[in-house]
Design a protein around this ligand. Structure first.
Ligand SMILES: Cc1cc2nc3c(=O)[nH]c(=O)nc-3n(C[C@H](O)[C@H](O)[C@H](O)COP(=O)(O)O)c2cc1C
Ligand code: SF4
Length: 447
């Protein structure tokens, strides 16, 4: 029998060559004004070249008010369209599909950027989150409809750019989670209260995108199957349960989703997403860039810096996550897979071929989406092809890539994986060198 990891996955209108997807990884590698960069193209190509079947783009803002950090490539205007075929065509050369994630941050805006200075981000119902304490204000129904329109227009532009699919971003505390989650949404109108009301915006977005892009476009939905909003903050509301999420997945399929992508957590980063260490030392450096972002950010920053408190915070983070890292969301994916007839993709900690193979064979999910183990080893799939269970220098789940992302370029920052710090930095910086790029000859000095 062949290896299930290398069996093509047939969605309704899209076939992906194997079962390993590159999960979304946002980072500050584009231009401040939202123009895409060659570094973005190089970044995505390294995973396509390494053998993943599909890449899900990072969070792609549909409006500057909805971005998470500056330096992300946007899809907010028609003149952004021509950039994206550069990415799509590049990954297609490696027989890799490209799925774009049009996104809106809502209140979870880590660093708003100069265009948003003094403007409160919009959310389902104004209340600061217990982790970062981001300020926000309640959206009107007209604003909800406006943002729906922005997400639909973003999806249409992505299709015009030639992407192979769209991923609706309803996970990890961003705008659609802010409506779905019973821990966050306190509205009293038709967008709040019951599960049906909280899911209304997500389902409207799925239906509206489907109507706009037509029946032939692959459309998947990523969401948090359990909120566990109280996992690290016992005084907070717990949020959505798995039972509620099973129902949301069923409704999403009925509304037109071709696949469900399962993660967890009502905010980001969360002990379960990305599952791993809380790198307090790195956060003490980069989190300072967020000091004006939220009312609890100074508290957090001091906790990350304090020699007395930070080890306790780190230990509490690990305890909140629990002992499992690889496949942490598999029990949730399995429950959802039993309730829907479309394929289910699971993210969270996957690194060893044996774990992925067993999960698919057991029927827990149809494919896995990987972020950090691919940052560490973009050729992960080629290791599997050669029969290895994992690479020689695997991802350590230290989460320094996540901590560094606030200020530094995307990349692996675990020095222990490299021969030297210089080697690590050379690897991080390599995305800024276009393929085949040669250093220009130094200008000759006139005699
Ligand atoms: C630096 C970083 C940026 C991320 N950005 C996004 C994002 O823009 N959209 C998204 O849906 N998930 C994002 N994620 C979550 C990943 O896609 C993935 O679901 C999560 O890290 C768990 O997978 P892993 O254990 O393989 O890293 C990000 C994760 C990291 C570490
Ligand atoms: S910094 Fe490197 S080793 Fe650490 S979690 Fe990120 S990719 Fe993995």
């Amino acid at each position: 029998m062949g290896d299930v990891i290398f069996e093509p996955l047939h969605f309704r209108t899209l076939t992906v060559k194997n079962r390993v997807f590159r999960s979304s990884i946002s980072g500050r590698i584009d231009h401040y004004d939202g123009t895409g960069s060659q570094a973005r193209v190089n970044w995505e190509e390294r995973f396509a070249r390494g053998g993943v079947g599909a890449i899900v783009s990072s969070h792609v803002p549909v409006h500057v008010r909805g971005r998470v950090l500056p330096n992300y490539a946007f899809i907010d205007r028609d003149d952004r369209i021509p950039f994206w075929p550069r990415v799509v065509d590049t990954v297609h050369k490696h027989d890799c599909a490209f799925i774009l994630q049009p996104s809106y941050s809502g209140r979870q805006q880590d660093i708003a950027g100069v265009e948003n200075e003094g403007i409160r981000p919009m959310t389902s119902s104004a209340k600061v989150d217990a982790f970062h304490g981001f300020p926000n204000r309640t959206m009107t129904v007209a604003e909800i409809q406006e943002v729906t329109g922005l997400l639909v227009a973003g999806a249409w532009r992505a299709v015009a750019a030639g992407v192979d699919g769209i991923e609706v971003h309803a996970s990890s505390g961003y705008l659609l989670t802010q409506f779905l989650s019973s821990a966050i949404n306190r509205r009293k109108d038709e967008y709040g209260g019951s599960l049906e009301n909280r899911a209304r915006l997500l389902l409207e977005v799925i239906r509206a995108i489907r109507e706009e892009v037509g029946p032939d476009v692959h459309l998947q939905m990523k969401f948090s199957a359990v909120d566990r909003n109280d996992v690290f903050l016992p005084w907070a509301r717990p949020g959505n349960t798995l039972e509620e999420s099973v129902q949301i997945a069923r409704w999403s399929e009925e509304a037109g989703a071709d696949a469900i992508h399962v993660t967890s957590g009502a905010w980001f980063p969360h002990p379960m997403n990305p599952p791993g260490d809380l790198p307090v030392g790195d956060l003490a450096v980069t989190y300072a860039s967020m000091l004006s972002s939220g009312s609890h950010v100074v508290r957090n920053w001091i906790s990350f810096r304090s020699r007395l408190v930070s080890p306790l915070v780190r230990r509490a983070w690990a305890r909140a996550r629990g002992p499992v890292i690889e496949g942490i969301n598999l029990p949730f994916a399995r429950a959802i897979k039993q309730a829907v007839s479309v394929p289910v993709i699971c993210t969270g900690g996957f690194q060893r071929a044996s774990v992925i193979r067993e999960a698919i064979e057991r029927g827990d999910c149809d494919a896995v989406a990987i972020a950090r183990p691919l940052i560490a080893n973009p050729d992960l799939v080629q290791w599997y092809e050669r029969g290895a269970d994992q690479p020689d220098r695997p991802c350590t789940y230290c989460n320094k890539c996540m901590a560094r992302v606030l200020t530094e370029p995307l990349g692996c920052y675990d020095e222990s994986r490299y021969a030297s710090r210089d080697e690590m930095l050379a690897e991080v910086m390599s995305i800024f060198r276009p393929d085949g790029f040669e250093e220009p000859e130094p200008a000759k000095q006139a005699d």
